[in-house]
Each structure stands twice: as C-alpha cells, then as structure tokens.
Design a protein around this ligand. Structure first.
Ligand code: NAP
Length: 355
C-alpha cells in the first residue's frame, strides 16, 4: 500500500455509513463531484439495506439525486465495504459499536457522531485549529484502523471564531446562546407541530458538548495525550424554526485588551494550513466579518464559501464580559459532512491515508 500523493490517477474509494440520514445525504451531495474521493459504498440500517439508494432515501438536497448514486445498493453497516475511508453519519445509538468494528477491520473512520469525541485516543478535529492532534493516531488502540471525530455542529463555528482571538489575545471565558436549525436534529427530526411558531429552549446533551468540546479542541498534545484547556464556557442551546444554519450569540472575556478594529482584522486575516494547501473543501477564508448591523442571518449566509465559511457580525462591547458578537455557520456542511470531508483531505495531505 502506498501513501497517496497529489498526482494520484484514481480517486480514493470512500464509503458513507448512515448514508440515508440528513448528514449522510449531505455527504452524498458533496462527494458526488469531489476531485479526490469516489463514493464506492452507501450503508445504512437493516431497514434500508437491500434497497437501491433512491428507494431507501427521502432525498432532501436541493440538487437532484444523480442516476449513478440513486442506483447504488444500500449495504448493511458491516466492515466489508470496498473502500479505505468511511465517513460516519450514524445515529449515536449505534455509531459506537459500528465505528469500532470498522476501525478494527482496518478502515479509517471519520465520524460526526458523539461516541468517540471524548475518547482520549481520538482526535476531535477542526483542521484550521488543531491539526497537530492527528499525531494521536500513532497511539490508537483500534488495530490497523483509525478513528477521527468532527465536533458538534455548534462547536465548529464557535471554536473557529475563538481561534484567532485565542491566538492573539487569549480567551478566558465564553458565554454562548445558540439558535439551532431543525436539520440539526436529523430527519424527520422535530415534529412540525412542536417547532412551527415556536422556539424550544432545550436540546438534549447539547449544552454539555458546547461547554466541553472546545476544551479538547484547544488542548495541547503532550506525552501521547491531549491536555485540555481550562476556558470557562457557559451555553444555552435552543431549537428554532430555521431549516439549516446555526446562529450563535457569543460573549467573550479576553486576557488582552484589543480594540474592536483589531478583533475584526484578526478574524478577516485568519487563515490556516487547509487554506495554504488549498484543500478542495477548505473555504478560501474561514471567517468573514459583516459590517451590516442586521447580519449574519441563516437564510443569507449559510452557504458562505461552499457552506464552510463562518459569518460573523455585530461585534460590540459587552457590559459583563469584554466583547459580544454573532456567528452563523452551516450545521450539516461546516458542522458535519463538509467539516468531515475537510478532515479526510487533511489526513490525505498529512500522509495518514493508505489505499
Ligand atoms: P439521521 O437523519 O437520523 O440519520 C441517521 C442515519 O443512521 C440514517 O442513515 C439511518 O439509517 C442510520 N441508522 C440508524 N439506525 C441504524 C442502525 N441500527 N444500523 C445502521 N444504521 C443506522 O441523523 P443525522 O442528523 O444525519 O445525524 C447523523 C449523526 O451525525 C448523528 O450522530 C448526529 O448527532 C451527528 N450530527 C448531526 C448534525 C446535523 O446537523 N444533523 C451535525 C453534526 C453531527 P436508516 O435510514 O436506514 O434508518
């Protein structure tokens, strides 16, 4: 087996676990024209296995399902798929066992599910922030395979907005109120009678994830383990009647004392290795500041930079902390399928993918 270089003639074969769900469909959409990866297997539950993908899926993406993808058979989630990488969009109730079985069989598993995010041997990766954590893969206990996880969808935008502030001014405390889209609950998700004309001030397990995952992401790899950061984070998470795109109101306490202009400048200038390497799924700029005081908005900004950009606005002084601002990021792209594909591209570039 040879490490992949950037002149490979054949695309890398990949599979999607949970291909019929909200995130799985987004994978199918994003990977159908990917320059490096080629979808060779679509897998889901026993309810869907044996059907064609067209029969099994309730296709919700804006572009039509391609004939080629629609004709593919849906396979059960057992580790005999004809690929080397599997993207997991499995329901968390089953993801743990299935992902572990794939890793033990030698697959690279890149997951959106929560099951392995807190495992000390598993990177919780946002490629613009903590690529160095991929070195954990040298010490993983999953046999020949590897597991890497993508953070919670609300954490992706939040952590990206905090990264340049932390690098330049030091982040001490964060208070965040999320307004999360319905697609974040999967398909069919929240019943229409519950969410229409309503806001639900509770998403099970979400506040714990938003308060804890950034501590691992901003942690430092030392002696084969990640030492978590000690940033204090308080989160309120709400479900709102928006189809896609999570809006988050953030207050932040910094160690330094920057001006408003310095903060906006550091967001707009922020760039990292995925941008330098021009990875296919990387946004040209991860963070975009909008000066219109009514921005960002889910409807207007969720597709920013292929859905991988984070829109920021309304930076102003906070009477309780130092500054407050608003972010908007696409939950099934930056916060799920797109972020996970960017992890795979990063792993290819770093030489972790063999096929
Ligand atoms: P979803 O729409 O409910 O899809 C779940 C998928 O899991 C379906 O393909 C389903 O297949 C499959 N599945 C369920 N039970 C299974 C079983 N016993 N064996 C094999 N496959 C099974 O959920 P989703 O929103 O796409 O989320 C997928 C994962 O990503 C979850 O862990 C979620 O927390 C995480 N996530 C979601 C988002 C988001 O914005 N939606 C963002 C970040 C992370 P069938 O169709 O055959 O039942």
């Amino acid at each position: 087996m040879m490490p992949v270089d950037f002149h490979f003639r054949e695309k890398i074969p990949v599979g999607i676990l949970g291909a019929t769900g909200a995130v799985g469909q987004k994978f199918v959409q994003l990977l159908s024209s990917h320059p490096w990866f080629c979808v060779k297997a679509l897998a889901a539950s026993e309810r869907s296995a044996g059907k064609s993908y067209r029969e099994a899926v309730n296709w919700l993406m804006p572009a039509p399902l391609s004939i080629e993808m629609g004709n593919m058979p849906v396979l059960p989630c057992v580790p005999n798929l004809p690929c080397s990488i599997v993207f997991s969009a499995l329901d968390a109730s089953v993801a743990g066992e299935i992902e572990k079985s794939f890793a033990e069989a030698g697959y690279i598993v890149i997951s959106n599910s929560r099951n392995f995010r807190t495992d000390p041997a598993v990177p919780l990766l946002i490629p613009e922030i903590n690529i160095a954590h991929l070195d954990l893969l040298h010490y993983q206990p999953f046999g020949k395979g590897k597991i890497v996880t993508n953070p919670n969808c609300s954490v992706c935008g939040l952590a990206l907005s905090l990264k340049p502030l932390d690098d330049q001014f030091g982040v001490e405390e964060v208070h965040v109120v999320t307004m999360q889209a319905i697609s974040g609950a999967g398909y069919p998700g929240v019943a229409s009678l519950d969410i229409l004309d309503n806001v639900i001030p509770f998403i099970s397990g979400e506040e714990e994830k938003v308060e804890n995952e950034p501590l691992k992401i901003f942690g430092v790899l030392k002696d084969k383990a990640i030492e978590n950061r000690t940033i204090k984070i308080s989160a309120h998470c709400n479900r709102v009647p928006v189809s896609d795109g999570h809006l988050e109101c953030v207050s932040v306490k910094l160690k330094g004392n920057p001006s408003r202009e310095e903060i906006i400048e550091c967001w707009n200038q922020f760039s990292a290795l995925p941008q330098a390497w021009r990875l296919p799924m990387a946004p040209v700029r991860p963070l975009h500041y909008f000066h219109d005081e009514a921005y960002p908005q889910a409807k207007r900004h969720r597709e920013l930079d292929k859905g991988m950009g984070v829109a920021i606005g309304r930076l102003r002084k906070c009477p309780l902390m130092d500054f407050k601002y608003v972010i908007l990021s696409h939950n099934t792209i930056r916060g799920a399928a797109g972020g996970t594909i960017l992890i795979a591209e990063t792993m290819v570039k770093k030489g972790f993918v063999y096929w």
